[in-house]
Write a protein that binds this ligand. Structure first.
Ligand code: FAD
Ligand code: SF4
Length: 481
């Protein structure tokens, strides 16, 4: 065992330092300062190299964490990068935004023994950011170009990971996306203070330079049907994510200045990228000087409240019907939001929106918590007669997402969906009920995580390769017959 490891008893856990609250809540830059070289090496050396690496087991990508920690502790950073990128198409993205407390770090053995987890996420980010800086991340060269082509619908992490794996094997890959920029929720959902856009853009550039074609502003269902696309390619992957916002059907829901979370976040992200956004530029979607009320308790709600803070809102309140312990959002993000000045009004639910044309108050009910429901969290019950009012100039609804009606949108009524509207696939082959049409990411799982989208994209690539090899064999044997 290297002397450079097992230091968790003597060496304290250190995470990258957060920037001062006053500064970070006034800009959209990432909130953590850089993890300098020595810190990453030292922190990697805390790994106990245990026989059964629970961190790896609980990483959806089965990242070889103990080995890249060992290489980092030994200063072998290029090898650490090579190993890390061999199982993950975007290690620097996952290092930044995975909920590590629920995945790798939450299962670290030294965390269980009370010494504080190895800070796996920040080391993973450091390894790949350093590799980009040193010029080790390069477009890949295809050894043998193959004729077969794959059309991928959706340029989010699932589509991009699948594209990369297929292209590495020499296939011709085209990604179609209805947005004007690739990246899916990495570009227009997740705010800069969690994931700066240059991180996504340099990945996209790398894929383009490796021969993957991107067709933007192309909506399947509008510009071409699924079947038309299927005729152009040998196989299709659907990785369109889930975008239908859940609604709140209470009195006043049609008043002006009530918006779904994605509209608010997309406008802010577009502004950050230098675009003109009419509804932001005329002040409608800009929280500056306003009393903002965000409804919901997930990570998207946390992104909305923290965006409103950065837009210099007068006040930002978050209404959630359960308490802190029963919240779906990551406790790390709730803590960040509180530090930055968000006020959480726990155990409350909107009863009506009030105003004359446009919203100016939200009437809320107080809730009491009953027994756990099917989600495992305590069921919120309205406390009769508990109503009170909160001033609101801008209300953002963040109650989760459902899939759009893809069979209808794609003009492919036969495409099988589950009772939740997600695409049904054969879990072994990742194929939908249509021959040669595969699916991956949120459109199969429902709203999930980036790391799972990458995993699905990689698995789908393996299955598509098998499918295409069989197809080729069949065509050759038919020709020979
Ligand atoms: C606000 C927000 C914050 C989040 N924060 C985190 C986080 O911190 N950590 C984390 O792990 N996960 C987070 N997530 C979840 C994560 O972003 C998703 O799980 C992940 O992006 C899903 O990847 P995907 O490739 O399946 O879909 P998406 O990223 O949604 O990409 C789908 C793509 O398909 C395109 N598309 C859709 N329909 C069509 C069509 N008809 N034709 C052509 N293109 C189409 C879309 O334009 C989009 O680019 C967050 C989600 C949101 C909304
Ligand atoms: S991909 Fe996510 S879960 Fe896996 S090691 Fe990295 S941060 Fe942890």
């Amino acid at each position: 065992m290297s002397k450079k490891l097992l230091k968790f008893v003597d060496l304290k856990q250190e995470t990258p330092v957060k920037r001062e609250i006053d500064k970070r809540s006034k800009d959209f830059n990432e909130i953590y300062d850089d993890f300098i070289n020595t810190k990453a090496k030292d922190q990697s050396s805390r790994c106990s190299q245990c026989g059964v690496p629970f961190c790896q087991i609980h990483c959806p990508l089965s990242n070889n964490i103990p080995d890249w920690l060992k290489l980092t502790a030994e200063g072998r950073l290029q090898e650490a990068y090579e190993l890390s990128q061999s199982t993950n198409n975007m290690p620097e993205v996952c290092g930044r935004i995975c909920p590590q407390d629920r995945l790798c770090e939450g299962n670290c053995v030294i965390e269980q023994s009370g010494h504080g987890t190895v800070t796996i996420g920040s080391i993973e980010k450091y390894i790949t950011d350093n590799a980009w800086e040193k010029g080790w991340v390069k477009p890949f060269k295809v050894k043998k170009e193959l004729k077969q082509s794959i059309g991928i619908i959706g340029a989010g992490p699932a589509g991009m990971a699948c594209a990369e794996e297929l292209r590495k094997s020499g296939y011709q890959v085209t990604i179609y996306d209805r947005y004007d920029r690739p990246g899916g929720l990495l570009i227009y959902g997740i705010p800069n203070f969690k994931l700066e856009k240059f991180v996504v853009e340099r990945r996209t550039k790398l894929l383009k330079e490796s021969g993957i074609k991107f067709v933007q502003n192309f909506e399947v269902g509008k510009n071409k049907t699924l079947y038309e696309l299927k005729n152009i390619h040998d196989s299709i992957l659907i990785s369109t994510g889930v975008y239908k916002a859940r609604e709140i059907d209470i009195p006043g829901h049609n008043l002006k200045n009530i918006f779904p979370a994605m509209q608010f976040l997309t406008a802010s992200n577009k502004k950050g990228l230098g675009d003109k956004v009419k509804l932001f530029d005329d002040g409608t979607l800009n929280a500056e000087g306003k009393n903002v009320v965000v409804i919901g308790g997930g990570d998207t709600a946390m992104d909305c409240v923290r965006t409103a803070i950065r837009q210099n809102a007068k006040s930002v309140k978050c209404l959630y019907r359960r308490d802190r312990e029963n919240m779906p959002g990551s406790s790390r993000e709730v803590g960040n939001a509180e530090e930055e000045g968000v006020e959480f009004i726990w155990q409350t639910s909107p009863k009506s929106f009030l105003g004359n044309g446009r919203v100016n108050e939200v009437e809320v009910d107080k809730m009491i918590l009953g027994e756990p429901d099917s989600s495992g969290r305590k069921k919120p019950i309205i406390q009769p007669g508990s109503e009170f009012k909160i001033p609101a100039d801008l209300v953002i609804k963040s109650l989760g997402f459902d899939p759009e009606n893809l069979p209808k949108l794609f003009n492919a009524e036969e495409l099988a969906i589950s009772k939740w509207g997600t695409l049904k696939i054969d879990l072994k082959t990742m194929q939908t009920n249509l021959d040669g049409v595969f699916a991956a990411g949120d459109i199969v799982r429902g709203a999930s995580l980036v790391v799972w989208a990458i995993r699905d994209g990689r698995d789908a690539a393996e299955q598509i390769k098998k499918y295409l090899q069989n197809k080729l064999k069949k065509e050759k044997s038919e020709e020979a017959a």
